[in-house]
Each structure stands twice: as structure tokens, then as C-alpha cells.
Write a protein that binds this ligand. Sequence first.
Ligand code: BTN
Length: 243
Amino acid sequence: MDSTNRYLQSLPGNRLCHGLVCLADEQTHGKGQMGRDWLSDPGDNLTFSIVIKPGHTVQLQFLAMTTMLALQKTMIAATGGKPLLKWPNDVVCGEKKAAGILTESRYNGQKLDRLVFGIGVNINQVRFPKSIRDKAISLSEMCHGKELERELFLAMYLNRLELSLARAMDGEQELLLSVNKNLAGYGKWVSVVVNDQPMDTPVKILGVNEFGHLMVLTAEDDVRIFKKERIQIIADSAHMISS
Ligand code: BTN
């Protein structure tokens, strides 16, 4: 299909239920964040979307981070590697991206009808198009070329996700600690580029708050909160993590 997100967004409400998953072996127009394309070789990776019908008000950005936390934990279990969450939407290994999430919502008037979490995970792809070659990594590459079973990975992830989402929707605080413990740059002083504008002085990454927003401490001891900004974290001159 063209895109699993587009498909689930187009379905009438009576054909959807909480937890419905749409999985595609090939997307002809996979959607990425910020209007970009999501490039994924057919048959190698996982490209799927999940319908969430929360039933009550939820902190959307935090829910999305919880979704990625479950993914990061599944990746650790499957590869033995140490991927990290990169605020707001990615799982990275070193400076390279292994997975991303695209969150979309549809409303009926004022009422939230559905959330669609679209997730792309690089599983077995080893050759990437030139435009993303230096920025992408697959789980197979994380375990030195070993081929992984996509179906097994998806099953492991969905089992973990079901629990994590329920805990997030119950407002469990421990999840926040876990998100922060697994956040790239957590507790470190880093140089940051905000919407392509480098900040004058380094900031300390304080972590994500209960809304899923990123908090940093500036050199002037002010706390600054990022909600939707595009952030690049430059750990040092040699290591860059960009969204
Ligand atoms: C990103 O990091 O840019 C977000 C990537 C999200 C890609 C997934 S693949 C399955 C789902 N369907 C889409 O069209 N996009 C998401």
C-alpha cells in the first residue's frame, strides 16, 4: 500500500478499534516526520501503524515516547546493543537512526477519534539510499550482519507495547524515569541547534517532562522547554545526533 498511516487515517471510525495494527511489506509513499519520505526496502524491515483510541485525555507526545521506549527495549532484547531514545521521535544507535515514529490524529469535531502511531524499524536492510546512508542503521547491522526474524520482533514489540501503553494511559510515573534513563544526552552538557539556529552556549539535558516535552538548563540557569522544535544535539565536535 502507499502508507499504513494514510490507510488507517482514511478508514471510517466503525472499521477501527483500539490496538488495530496495519502492517505493510512495502509502502510506495511511506511518510516520515516533517513531510519527509520514509524510505524502506520492501521485505527487509518493519513498517506498520497502530490505532490508539485513548478514551480519555492523554499527553500525546509522552504517549509517543512511551511507544518508542517499548521499541528501544525490544531492540535491546533482540540485539544485545544499547540503542537510545532521541527526543522526540527516534531510536538511535550511536549517531545513526534505527527507527522513527510518525504520530497523526483525527478528530470528530472536538472529539479525538483516533491516534495513529506509524512506526518504521530498520531490521535487515544493509544498503541504504545515498541520502540517508550516513544516518541510518538496521538491527541486523547492530548485531554484525545477523539476519533477524521480523515477525518475531514485531510480536515481541506488540506484547511489550500493550503493557507500556496501558501503564502510560494510567499515568504511571515510573515510565517517565525509564524514558529519561534511556534518553540520548540525558544529564549531559551539549551544544544544541534549534530549528537550524545554533544556541550561543551549551545546555544541560534535564530530560522529558510528563507532557513529553524536552527540558534543558541553560548556562544562565534558566530552564527552557522544547515542545515541537527541531533539535540537533552536538555531544562534542565529533558526535552529532540530529532529528
Ligand atoms: C520518521 O522518523 O520520520 C517517522 C517514520 C515513520 C515511518 C512509518 S513506516 C509505517 C508508517 N507509515 C508511514 O507512512 N509512515 C510510518
